[in-house]
Ligand binder design. Structure first.
Ligand code: SF4
Length: 214
């Protein structure tokens, strides 16, 4: 089923944040958006604190530029919905800015979430040539060109997330370097759920937390 057909049929909307989770780890997406699992870590708390300024809805105007904080956006065509941290509007152009606590990763999951916001703003009638990922750790913005390829990735990821949300089966764990930083590690138990056979004696052998297969 296409996104448009899914939206018409009343299928579940996909949260924009799920696009980032999906790009990071499919199992993480299912744990959060299907099972409702959430655990805090130092990183998630830092993320919440760094969002304090942009989580308060508000509008500022200066010299032709309108800056809106915490703006709800959606796409009826693709069944997407979420909140932009900041959108700057000027002469029919919208520029979303997504805040991330860590360092900027070119081509990383944050760009997919940002492009999802861009897709919603384009559907609302704005031109969106560029967005920015603001790294709190680096205290700087990184420009992200909103290309047709990136928007296409958003559409495909939205379909995949919707399928995942309709499916009762959790994807196997990745059990690689990404698990080190994942706040759901203790809920996920990647060493035991990566789909590789474990003998009973393997399961009972004490080992240090975090033996990754990468
Ligand atoms: S611990 Fe690893 S496999 Fe499990 S949800 Fe996190 S990233 Fe995914």
């Amino acid at each position: 089923m296409t996104d448009a057909a899914a939206a018409d049929s009343g299928a579940r909307e996909v949260p924009l944040s799920a696009l980032e989770h999906y790009d990071y780890c499919q199992r993480q997406t299912a744990l959060i958006h299907v099972e409702g699992v959430w655990s805090e870590s130092a990183e998630t708390v830092r993320g919440d604190l760094s969002h304090t300024a942009v989580d308060l809805p508000g509008i500022q105007r200066r010299r032709g530029l309108t800056v809106v904080r915490s703006l709800q956006v959606w796409s009826d065509t693709h069944g997407l919905r979420g909140v932009c941290d900041i959108v700057e509007f000027e002469n029919g152009t919208a520029t979303p800015v997504e805040y991330k606590v860590g360092r900027y990763l070119p081509g990383g999951p944050a760009e997919l979430q940002l492009a999802g916001q861009a897709l919603c703003l384009i559907e609302a009638g704005f031109a969106v040539p560029t967005g920015y990922v603001y790294s709190v750790a680096e205290r700087r913005r990184h420009p992200v060109p909103i290309t047709a390829n990136l928007l296409d990735r958003v559409v495909r990821a939205t379909e995949a997330v919707r399928e995942l949300m309709a499916n009762a089966t959790l994807p196997a764990a990745r059990n690689d370097s990404r698990c080190r930083k994942c706040s759901l590690r203790e809920d996920c138990l990647p060493e035991l759920t990566d789909g590789r056979r474990q003998s009973p004696s393997d399961l009972l052998t004490p080992r240090p937390l975090g033996q990754w297969r990468d």
